[in-house]
Design a protein. Structure first.
Length: 368
């Protein structure tokens, strides 16, 4: 549903499975992530890609910046890749729909590697496509996933060159594949231990708006980070699911605003059109602290804060992964989309956004 999707990301269900991992887990350390000295940084738009006639993007499914500084944009609608110079000039395109060498069926993410290659995760063809900086095919790695999903998902490559992402028939497992793309480990994805706050409806269920959930993202150091959005609780986990460290970041709780309740009204009206009458008292009283997060290359955690519906994507906290304290608050001149995961490169952030008409673009933002 449109209104629910604008407020929350559906939590991942999980089921038990055996797993082994060489990451040694330590007893859980719980801390209060109070911020002692927090800077405010501003992101100003430096460049916009895909905003000129003939260069429009259908949908942005992946972003990457290669070692040469080229910006790679995966268009999920046309299933091809556009490669731009650092100045935003289109250099070439790569890939096309299909199942042949270098072709894409359901591309879901781009991953830039230090060796200059770009990995294109294509679950539709059950493989990883590897290209060089010129967009030429290097190789295809076939690997069994058993998981199909239409949007980008949490994924990374660890320091030993092993791909970590979603797997399992229901996309409910954290799976690691080795450099030859044979499965090494799998474990249940982090999940909220509380019963889901859902409304049953014909053909499925809908998550109650503003409900807290658990989101997760893998890190290059072979650990997993999880965020409980309503409590602003960050947890570092081993791939086996053991908690290494956890902290609740202090935040000021605020009640739902008129704009929030207007979105909720849309949600309940859509339910009514489906023949479902729900009690509005099931709405939480307070806003969640956050709506999304990701792990930056330097290991910091970028947490998208929930503010007002028309301001989503404009405020992010940078949380230090060692101390679990807020290092800085980032204010963006334009809303930054949570999918695909933004790319933090030096003092620039490359991210997807949409204009006032809903057209997707890529923006290059510079820290002020």
């Amino acid at each position: 549903m449109r209104s629910a999707a604008a407020i929350t990301i559906l939590a991942l269900a999980a089921c038990a499975a055996p797993a082994t991992d060489e990451t040694a887990s330590t007893p859980e350390a719980v801390a209060r992530g109070a911020a002692s000295s927090v800077d405010t940084m501003y992101l100003a738009e430096e460049l916009r890609i895909g905003a000129t006639d003939g260069d429009e993007l259908g949908s942005i499914a992946g972003l990457a910046v290669d070692v040469a500084g080229h910006v790679w944009v995966l268009d999920g609608k046309s299933r091809h890749i556009r490669i731009y110079s650092a100045e935003g000039t289109l250099i070439r395109t790569a890939g096309r729909p299909g199942a042949g060498p270098g072709e894409l069926a359901q591309p879901a993410a781009l991953l830039a590697r230090p060796d200059g290659t770009i990995w294109i995760d294509d679950p539709g063809n059950a493989r990883m496509v590897v290209m060089d900086t010129s967009g030429r095919l290097v190789t295809n790695h076939a690997f069994a996933r058993g998981c199909m999903q239409a949007r980008p998902w949490p994924a990374t490559v660890d320091r030993l060159g092993r791909f970590v992402g979603l797997g399992g028939a229901d996309c409910d497992m954290v799976v690691r594949w080795d450099s030859t793309f044979h499965e090494v480990t799998r474990a249940s994805a982090p999940r909220d231990p509380r019963p889901p706050r859902e409304i049953r409806m014909p053909g499925g269920s809908a998550t109650v708006p503003f409900t807290g959930e658990v989101l997760w993202h893998p890190a290059a150091d072979t650990t997993i980070w999880a965020l409980q959005t309503d409590r602003y609780r960050l947890s570092r986990l081993s791939l086996a699911g053991d908690t290494i460290r956890s902290a609740e970041i202090p935040f000021e709780r605020t009640r739902l605003s008129e704009a929030d309740r207007a979105l909720a009204d849309e949600f309940f009206e859509e339910l009514k059109q489906e023949g479902v009458v729900a009690d509005r008292s099931i709405l939480p009283r307070d806003k969640p602290a956050a709506v999304s997060f990701f792990v930056a290359p330097d290991g910091t955690l970028w947490v998208e804060r929930y503010t007002e519906p028309d301001q989503l994507g404009r405020r992010w906290d940078i949380v230090d992964s060692a101390s679990l304290r807020t290092r800085a608050v980032v204010m963006s001149a334009v809303p930054i989309s949570r999918f695909p995961v933004p790319v933090v490169r030096g003092n620039r952030v490359i991210a997807a956004t949409v204009d006032s008409l809903g057209a997707p673009h890529v923006v290059v933002l510079r820290r002020q």
